[in-house]
Structures are given as C-alpha cells and as structure tokens.
Design a protein around this ligand. Structure first.
Ligand code: UDP
Ligand code: MN
Length: 326
C-alpha cells in the first residue's frame, strides 16, 4: 500500500509548481518585451524637421529664374498614406512621365534637393519591378531632383551589400550628388510625408516596418533605408567591403558613424512607415561578428578608399542608371 502523503509534502509540491509556472511566465514576458523593439523611439520633432534638412543640389542643375523655389512644407505635413498599389506586370508598360535615365527634375518649381537613391541588387526581379514603379510614383510627388542608381552584383559569389553600396555611392559622388539614400529594393515607403532628403545628421528612414510590427527593432539600427550626405559617407570611408553574405555591414556602418560623432536622426513614426516585400531569409554570414570586431581594431581603413579602381560599369536605362559589378 502507498504511504499516504502528508499534508505538508502536498503543500510543498503545490508551491514548487506555482513557482515554476511563475518563472515560466516571467520568462515569457521578458522575452516578449525584449524582442519587441522600441515603439516610441526618439526622433526629430515634426516642427523642427524643416530647419534640419540638408538643402543642396548638384552644382550643374539648371535653374529657371521664372519659377519659384520648391516648397517642402506641404510634403512634410501631408497625412496621406500611399494607397495606390497598382503596378504594371511589365516594366515597359509603365510610363514614368518626366523620368529620363532614371532621373527626374521637377517642372513647376526649382528643387532644393538633389538625391541619389542607391539600390544594392541581385536576382530579385519581381521586387525590382514593383520597387521601380512605386518609387518613381512616390518621388515625383516630392519635388526633389533625384536619380536611381541600381547597383547589380553580376556574379554568383556571396551577396555583398556594403561593397555594392560603396560602388554605387562612388558613381553618385562622381555625378556630384550631395545626398545619398541607400535603399533596399524590398522596402516601400507608405507615408507621403516621408521626405526623401538628407538631414544635417545621417537619417534612418525605415524606422517603422510592417515586418517588425512597425516598431524600431533597436536604437542603433541603420539598415533598410538610410540618407547620408556624400561628405559624411566619404568621411567614414563608406561601408566595409569585408561582409560577404547576409548581415553585419549595417551594424559596422552604424559604428563608423558613431565613432565619427555622427548621430543618427529619424522622423516621427507616423512619417516613417514602410512595407517590406516578402522574401526568404538569406543565409546569415557566420563570420559577421568576428569581422566587426576586427574592423574596430583596425579602424576604418577598409571601405570606399580601398575599392578597386575599375569596378562598376555605368550604363543608363529608362528607369534607372545601372552600375554593374562583376
Ligand atoms: N539583396 C538582393 N539580392 C539578394 C540579397 C539581397 O538584391 O540576393 C538586396 C536587396 O536590395 C535587399 C537588400 O539587399 O533588400 C537586403 O537584403 P535582405 O532583404 O535579404 O535583408 P533583410 O530583409 O533580411 O534585412
Ligand atoms: Mn529585406
């Protein structure tokens, strides 16, 4: 016959189970919040944004004395969300009025910004077809002079986003663009108030992405879409070229910015929403942490300044300037 358990042991067992459950619950709560990101991230107050913008154009931009300066307050104050998702199946069927060789100059007024949108790319044709149509439609409403640089990696090696961005930035800087917007091909801005311009400090645009439940994953993140002046990009020696495969290059770049005392700014959340087109997670580069550590010891010796001289063949297409990297 089983000995009858005393009241005391039963009570203790109950306590152990309760404590166990409490611990499990606490663990769940902590992991939930720690992976939740920052909902109320710090940002430029909406009313000072206009004063923090980096107003520069390419030096050879032809201005027309009979036209007024373009006004950006209206764009910044827009509350409209993009709701027109229509894209043509074939890029050829998309007519981008006013766009030539991937560039556009506003007609009604003299723009105060020239911006190079630099897109690292390989084998994401479907996303590219959507992106090009979407971004041209979006940009044409902003009264900004812009050009799209598509930097295509044309080999089968591991994808190197940092290297491609360096090559694209070098091409845009040669064309005298004062402001660079580094842009993933799969991110589409949703808020018309998200002015595609540089600020006086580097500016992280994609602060609120649907894939991350519209919260900022972590404070130092600069991946996705980042606007930086050409001078700042040169000052930090661009990206490290050493990150083959997914990950690391953006956090390394974030460190380069802070080590040059550049503080990343953002627009408020309701101006910074994006949708990310679906794709599978690329294979992570297992060496990324190690390379990041090594880079910190060496300083920023590798980057824009160590790009091979001849890499990047520029050709123009209707909707973009192609920078081919092989
Ligand atoms: N990319 C690409 N082809 C690839 C991998 C990456 O064109 O095979 C480009 C593309 O612009 C993409 C960006 O690099 O948006 C970042 O890669 P990914 O979207 O895989 O990064 P994640 O969304 O995981 O941060
Ligand atoms: Mn992506």
């Amino acid at each position: 016959m089983m000995p009858k358990r005393s009241l005391k042991t039963r009570f203790l067992q109950l306590r152990v189970i309760t404590v166990l459950f409490a611990l499990l619950f606490l663990h769940a709560v902590i992991t939930f919040f720690s992976s939740y990101g920052i909902y109320n991230y710090s940002h430029l107050p909406a009313d000072v944004i206009e004063t923090q913008l980096y107003k520069r154009t390419v030096p050879n931009l032809r201005l027309d004395g009979s036209k007024p300066k373009c006004n950006y307050v209206e764009v910044l104050q827009s509350t409209a969300t993009v709701n027109n998702w229509e894209v043509q199946d074939k890029l050829d069927d998309f007519s981008a009025i006013g766009v030539e060789n991937g560039a556009y100059i506003p007609e009604e007024c003299n723009p105060q910004f020239s911006v190079a949108i630099i897109v690292p790319y390989r084998k994401r044709q479907q996303q590219l077809d959507i992106f090009l149509q979407y971004i041209h439609k979006f940009m044409r409403k902003q009264n900004i002079h812009y050009r799209i640089y598509l930097v295509e990696q044309q080999n089968e090696g591991p994808f190197n986003r940092g290297f491609l961005l360096n090559v694209g930035a070098r091409a845009a800087i040669r064309d005298k663009f004062p402001c660079l917007i580094l842009h993933d091909v799969d991110l589409l801005p949703l808020d018309e108030s998200n002015l595609y311009a540089c600020a006086n400090e580097p500016r992280h645009l994609s602060a609120s992405i649907d894939k991350f439940r519209f919260v900022l994953p972590y404070k130092t993140i600069v991946g996705g879409v980042l606007a930086i002046t050409a001078d700042q990009f040169v000052a930090v020696n661009g990206f490290s070229n050493r990150f083959d495969g997914w990950g690391g290059e953006d956090d390394d770049f974030s460190w380069r910015l802070s080590s040059h005392k550049l503080e990343v700014v953002r627009f408020p959340r309701e101006m910074s929403r994006y949708t990310m087109l679906r794709h599978r997670q690329e294979d992570r580069n297992p060496k990324r942490e190690r390379i990041m550590k090594e880079n910190r010891q060496r300083g920023n010796t590798d980057g824009l300044s160590t790009l091979p001289f001849s890499v990047g063949t520029v050709s123009t297409h209707r909707l973009y300037t192609l920078v081919a990297v092989s």
